[in-house]
Design a protein around this ligand. Sequence first.
Ligand SMILES: [Zn+2]
Length: 222
Amino acid sequence: MKPIYAGFVGKGNCGKGTQAKILADKYNLQIISTGSMLREWILKDPNNFWSQKLKQDVDNGILVPSAIVFYLWFSKLLLLDYRQGVVFEGSPRMLIEGQAMAEVFKWMANNQFFVFNLNIPDEESYTRSMNRRYCPVCHKTYSLAFNPGITHCQADNTELIIRNDDNPEVIKHRIQEFNELVIPTIEFLKSQGVLYEVNGVGPVEEIAKNIDKIIQEKINQA
Ligand SMILES: [Zn+2]
């Protein structure tokens, strides 16, 4: 079977991380999460100039320059056996990132390249972000909507935190930025025939099933 390359786009808290993980588990794909990589980078050497600059942007919900995103992608991608396949969680965002991804995977002659847009309304993104709690050790996130009153990580018992970028101002900014900067990327990927719209509201398993159906249809066509 040819390797699968998949990207996930969508507003904050549309379920990108959860769906990326499910997909990676099912098809044995490597996950490349630029968000987690950035947060690890910042935690590793918090006083470094780059870390401080990146932290400022991440905390304020500002998209970091695409060149840095490319660095993060390829620092992992080039070390992998390309036959394994990859899931990009939360990428691409900027138009140039969508163009780069399409260029690379066409060059690799990979017709099993998918970008899923997990569609949720703006209000849903806002509510989910306000309910999010985060484990700084294993990066697992929890929702107060599903785990009312949860204070510690179920995996490692670390005290959960509210991420700096989960405050009303930043959340609103992220939604606005999505609508201005990511929608053109989605339109571009549509024109390339690799963008798949998926409803991001509903049970996790059902959304995962819809995503897998799209993948299975494409595999069966090949
Ligand atoms: Zn944890």
